[in-house]
Design a binder for this molecule. Structure first.
Ligand SMILES: [Ca+2]
Ligand SMILES: [Ca+2]
Length: 121
């Protein structure tokens, strides 16, 4: 992915760190977005939560909650339409990156990756 387009991001972030986290977030989003329309609706979110529960892994949102303490729909759903767009999802991880640093953002993404693998996504 080209990373030389114009980001509105703090220049304290390196372009490779930013694109790395954006790519990871996009890949997690893609695994959650069952019909691949670029939107996570409540059905898709519920579905992954149910699968996580069935497979005995920590629910996706709980995983983020425990590591960040503020991973809630309302936190991510910026336009409050009850759905998460890919942009809202990646922006949320950029916010964690900005607030808590790249290690925190990557730790949450790794946990999500592991959980998704566990439930066969
Ligand atoms: Ca979808
Ligand atoms: Ca939204």
């Amino acid at each position: 992915m080209a990373d030389n387009h114009d980001h509105m991001l703090s220049r304290t972030m390196s372009a490779s760190e930013v694109s790395g986290i954006m790519d990871r977030a996009a890949s997690v989003f893609n695994a959650l977005d069952l019909d691949k329309d670029g939107i996570l609706d409540s059905t898709e979110i519920q579905s992954v939560q149910d699968e996580a529960k069935t497979n005995g892994v920590m629910s996706i949102l709980d995983a983020c909650n425990s590591s960040e303490g503020q991973f809630t729909m309302s936190e991510i759903d910026q336009n409050k339409d009850g759905k998460l767009s890919a942009a809202e999802f990646t922006k949320y991880f950029m916010k964690i990156f900005t607030v808590s640093g790249p290690d925190k953002a990557l730790a949450i993404l790794s946990k999500l990756d592991a959980d998704l693998l566990e439930i066969g996504r």
